[in-house]
Ligand binder design. Structure first.
Ligand SMILES: [Zn+2]
Length: 297
């Protein structure tokens, strides 16, 4: 009986160990990308990155923050996009952009945190901007600025400026960009402004969180045959019913909210919330990522 108990206890302990190991992903172990041209494989929320490029930690109009996390790698298309955006915002007199997480050196799934950012085509850019070049240690410890008063469901008037609106606009007007995720209150604020051209607002998608940064997602690079694009956002500027369905009072009464959102604004591309059952199906990683894992770099 004693033996039986010991076996039972061992089985319990080992199953705990096994399940925690199973949750860790292999992608964190890589300090360096694989060589060669960039190649995004799979979908934003289930894929990896071959030939990742490091974004230089500072450049015209931008600074990388939290570089100790080693998440400043991306497809060369993303690196070029960030450098171009920094130049454009700098020329417009906007302070330096603070660049948060891109991907790990070989992309892939994070053990915790982001669902996407796996193929080197996603980047988080803070709403807070920097007037001066910060030291590396300042960039490790800097706090973000929350642009949304969630209790009153409105923008923080003291923090939000035209520079923030224009930063989002410049990014959305870039043809490489597929979508930009911001909090619904930020999208409402952008919708209320008068713009000569409103077509870029289509790409600005309301999503949970995202009160202190915008998440920019690029389209698949032309030659990356295993890269999976997301469906286009619904036509129009997205400033109407769908956006208002995010408001707390609308959520209490509306039953069509999830249908409106399903597949269009979903930042992880993987699930819709039309059923109450959590989607726990394990994603099968694209086979081409196996080669990225075993590559000596
Ligand atoms: Zn993000």
């Amino acid at each position: 009986m004693g033996k039986c108990w010991r076996w039972g206890a061992w089985a319990l302990v080992s199953s705990v160990v096994v399940s925690s190991v199973a949750m860790a992903t292999p992608w964190h172990q890589f300090d360096s990308p694989t060589r060669g041209h960039s190649n995004s494989i799979g979908s934003y929320a289930n894929g990896c990155l071959a030939g990742g490029k490091a974004l230089p930690l500072e450049g015209e109009g931008y600074q990388v923050i939290r570089s100790s996390r080693n998440r400043y790698y991306g497809h060369e298309k993303l690196v070029n996009f960030i450098e171009d955006l920094g130049q454009k915002t700098s020329e417009a007199g906007i302070n330096d952009l603070l660049i948060g997480d891109m991907s790990m050196p070989r992309g892939g799934r994070f053990t915790s945190g982001h669902a996407s950012h796996q193929t080197g085509l996603d980047v988080d850019i803070w709403m807070r901007q920097a007037e001066d070049l910060l030291t590396r240690s300042e960039r490790e410890s800097i706090h973000s600025t929350n642009m949304v008063n969630l209790e009153e469901y409105r923008i923080q008037f003291r923090s939000w400026t035209d520079d923030h609106a224009n930063m989002v606009r410049f990014a959305a007007q870039d043809e490489r960009v597929a979508r930009i995720f911001v909090h619904p209150v930020i999208k409402e604020t952008l919708c209320r402004e008068t713009w000569e051209d409103r077509s870029w607002l289509r790409k600005v998608r309301p999503w949970y969180g995202h009160t202190s940064h915008m998440h920019v997602r690029l389209t698949c690079p032309d030659n990356d045959q295993y890269c999976q694009n997301q469906a286009l956002p619904p036509p129009g500027d997205g400033c109407g019913e769908e956006l208002y369905s995010w408001r707390p009072e609308a959520q209490e009464t509306s039953t069509t909210v999830t249908q409106l959102r399903g597949g269009s604004g979903n930042s992880s591309t993987s699930t819709t919330t039309t059923t109450s059952r959590p989607n726990r199906q394990t994603k099968v990683q694209p086979q081409q990522c196996d080669t990225v894992i075993v590559d000596a770099g």
